[in-house]
Design a protein around this ligand. Structure first.
Ligand SMILES: N[C@@H](CCC(=O)N[C@@H](CS)C(=O)NCC(=O)O)C(=O)O
Length: 213
C-alpha cells in the first residue's frame, strides 16, 4: 500500500495511526501541502478532491481519512477499529466525525490561507480564530467523553478505535498552536494513554521522513 502523506497533515496522521495499529506496512509518498503540491495536476489525477491523504491499495485509490480507515477495517479486520455492537460503532463514528467534520475543517490550510489572503487577517487574528474553534470543539468533545458511558482508557472502551485515530492528531494541532488543554482532563487522559502506544507515537509528525525541523 502507498499512503500519500504530509508530516503535518492531521487527516494523513489519522490513517498512519490506523495502519500502524493494524500492523500494515506501507510506502509513503510525500505531497508538500505548504508548497501547494496537493493542488498540482499530477496529484489531482490521484485525488480529485485535492486533499491529503490518499491511500493506494493495489491500484485502488481511496480518499477521505474516515472512509479509508473504515475500508481498512473491512478489508483487514484484525485489530478492529470499530466496535462489534451497533451502538458502539455509532458512538465511535460520532466522535470521529465530530473531530473530522466539526473541528478540523474550520482550521484547515485553505481556510487559514483564505483568512490571510482574501480577508487580510494578520497572524494574531488567524491564531485567535484557530484557538477559538479548538476551544469550542474540544470543550464539547470533553463533555461527550465525560458523559459517555462507553468511555474507557480510550475514547470508547479499553482498546483504540477510529475515534482515537482522530483525537490524537487534533490534540497535536492544538498543542502546535499553544491552545490551553487543561480544561479537558478526560480527553487529555485518553490522549496520554494513546501516546504510550508505539502505533500512535510512530505516526506523529516529527517522526515522519518528510518532517521539517
Ligand atoms: N475530511 C478530509 C480532510 C482532508 C484534509 O482537509 N486534508 C488536509 C490536510 S490535513 C488538506 O489536504 N488540506 C489542503 C487544503 O486545505 O488546501 C479527510 O478526513 O480526509
Amino acid at each position: 500500500m502507498k499512503l500519500y502523506s504530509y508530516f503535518r497533515s492531521s487527516a494523513a496522521f489519522r490513517v498512519r495511526i490506523a495502519l500502524n495499529l493494524k500492523g500494515l506496512p506501507y510506502e509513503a509518498a510525500f505531497v508538500h501541502l505548504a508548497k501547494g503540491e496537493h493542488r498540482a495536476a499530477g496529484y489531482g489525477a490521484i485525488n480529485a478532491q485535492a486533499l491529503l491523504p490518499t491511500l493506494d491499495d493495489d491500484g485502488k485509490l481511496l480518499t477521505q481519512s474516515l472512509a479509508i480507515i473504515e475500508y481498512l477495517d473491512e478489508t483487514r479486520p484484525e485489530a478492529p477499529l470499530l466496535p462489534r455492537d451497533a451502538p458502539g460503532r455509532a458512538r465511535v463514528r460520532s466522535l470521529s466525525m465530530f473531530v473530522a467534520c466539526e473541528i478540523h475543517p474550520l482550521n484547515n490550510l485553505r481556510v487559514l490561507q483564505h483568512l490571510k489572503r482574501a480577508l487580510a487577517q494578520n497572524d494574531e487574528q488567524i491564531n485567535a480564530w484557530y484557538r477559538h474553534w479548538i476551544a469550542d470543539g474540544l470543550a464539547k468533545f470533553e463533555a461527550d467523553l465525560a458523559q459517555g458511558p462507553g468511555t474507557g482508557k480510550f475514547c470508547h472502551g479499553d482498546a483504540p478505535t477510529m475515534a482515537d485515530c482522530c483525537l490524537v492528531p487534533q490534540i497535536f494541532n492544538a498543542q502546535r498552536y499553544q491552545c490551553d488543554t487543561a480544561s479537558y482532563p478526560v480527553t487529555m487522559r485518553v490522549f496520554a494513554h494513546c501516546m504510550q502506544l508505539d502505533a500512535f507515537d510512530r505516526a506523529q509528525p516529527s517522526k515522519q521522513p518528510d518532517a521539517e525541523k
